[in-house]
Write a protein that binds this ligand. Structure first.
Ligand SMILES: Cc1ncc(COP(=O)(O)O)c(C=O)c1O
Length: 433
């Protein structure tokens, strides 16, 4: 390449600047152009490889281009790609049957669509139909999508874009004990913060259809609620006949060491929303509910690409893979190893103020010498990791939570490499500051 010829990155950045709506943002000061994936590895257009510790934000739980899953996709691609839900097709119906078995409890009926935003939007509509009420409660650090209603129910300022949010949205504080707005300490607080939900429901008597939440915040900074919080929340909701919608966009499909994040809490949501890892990289999403709630949604509904044959066949193969390769147990075991290594690292690294999460969904919060959020330090750390062959994520309102969510198929050796690189990155950054 001559010195005047633009690199692939420069060419792609020029196209992006010219043709994309500027809201489409990317990581890194010096981004690479990715073109191939295999297992936990991604390869850029220069052939450089990266250990993917973010999984396309919790999507490729079974690994990039997993051959067992790709084979199912390919078979269907050559047979029939598209019909829509107005015709009967076997892949969608078999997937619905499989999901009913895969998801614990009474959640049995599915409606398929293509993205997490759409699944949440559908779940909210279902809640309105089932209760005859109009309003919703969400948490202050939440992210639920990009449609008008789901962005309106997104509490994280970073992702809250709509200048005219819907008036049906009410918020209560996310259960972040380190930042308790009531200056209380768990467990002596006896979950005092849950009173905020009672207050909202009392102030809006008979108006609230559902509360929507993730079992543990992803974008909100990998926040695990204190033990018993969800049980209390569910009890309050039941007392007020308000439904619970669980958004398992990031936590679903074995990510946290259980099939679904809600299983950690000893509760069952009324409506469950699924996306991301369901298709292991192909766009398929769903909302699921019980027989009783489903009965209330009978007015004709269709989705052009919902339950698309290729995506549905791929999702079935992904679910089979998760079961036969025991990804639930793998995530629990590898998650435990990763957590132990990161907690050890935190002991000798003052800028890591906390390690938290579940299974292979881990967050390391970064604070600077003054104890304030260190988003700029994290950007530097992420850039170094990328230059040295590791892609990781960042979450949290201060964009200062290093987020590690590798594919669940990560081997012990690959996990070791990831830990080594992260430790190296922190050592270098600590020396500098
Ligand atoms: C918890 C949560 N809900 C909903 C969404 C929106 O999903 P999608 O981008 O597929 O619309 C996301 C996306 O990251 C998410 O993390």
């Amino acid at each position: 390449m001559s010195s005047t010829e633009a690199t692939k990155t420069e060419q792609m950045l020029a196209l992006k600047a010219e043709y994309l709506i500027p809201c489409v943002y990317h990581f890194y000061k010096k981004p690479m152009v990715l073109e191939r994936g295999e297992g936990v590895w991604l390869f850029d257009t220069d052939g450089k490889r990266y250990l993917d510790a973010y999984s396309g934000v919790g999507v490729v739980n079974c690994g990039h281009c997993n051959p067992e899953i790709v084979a199912a996709t390919e078979r269907q691609l050559h047979q029939l790609q598209h019909t829509t839900t107005i015709y009967l097709t076997e892949p969608m119906l078999r997937l619905a049957e499989k999901l009913a078995q895969f998801v614990p409890g009474q959640l049995k009926r599915s409606f398929f669509c293509t993205s997490g935003s759409e699944a949440n939007e559908g779940a909210l509509l279902l809640a309105r139909l089932a209760t005859g009420r109009s309003d919703f409660v969400a948490l202050s650090r939440s992210l639920h999508g990009r449609t008008h209603l789901t962005t309106g129910l997104t509490g994280s300022a970073f992702w809250r874009t709509d200048p005219h949010p819907p008036s049906c949205a009410h918020f209560i504080s996310s259960p972040v004990c380190q930042e308790c707005p009531h200056n209380k300490t768990y467990p002596e607080c006896d979950l005092y913060c849950t009173q905020a939900l009672e207050q909202v429901l009392d102030e809006n008597k008979g108006k609230v259809a559902a509360m929507i939440t993730e079992p543990l915040h992803g974008n909100g900074g990998i926040i695990v609620p204190p033990a018993g919080w969800f049980r209390r929340i569910k009890d309050i909701l039941e007392q007020h006949n308000v439904l619970l919608i669980m958004d398992e966009a990031q936590t679903g499909f074995c990510r946290t060491g259980r099939r679904f994040g809600f299983e950690w809490e000893g509760i069952e949501p009324d409506i469950l929303t699924l996306c991301k890892a369901l298709g292991n990289g192909l766009p398929i999403a769903a909302f699921m509910t019980t027989d009783k709630i489903a009965e209330r949604y009978t007015k004709p509904g269709a989705s052009t690409f919902g339950g698309n044959l290729v995506c549905a066949q791929t999702a079935q193969a992904a679910l089979n893979y998760m079961q036969t390769h025991q990804l639930e147990q793998k995530a629990a075991q590898s998650g435990q190893q990763l957590r132990e290594r990161m907690e050890l690292l935190a002991e000798s690294t003052p800028m890591i103020s906390e390690v938290r999460g579940r299974g292979l969904m881990l967050g390391l919060e970064l604070t600077d010498h003054n104890g304030t959020v260190a988003g700029d330090l994290l950007d530097e750390l992420l850039e170094w990791l990328k230059d040295n062959g590791v892609l990781a994520g960042k979450t949290g309102p201060g964009r200062n939570v290093l987020t590690l969510m590798p594919p669940l198929v990560i081997s012990t050796e690959e996990l070791h490499q990831l830990c080594q690189k992260v430790a190296q990155a922190f050592a270098l950054l600590t020396k500098k500051y």
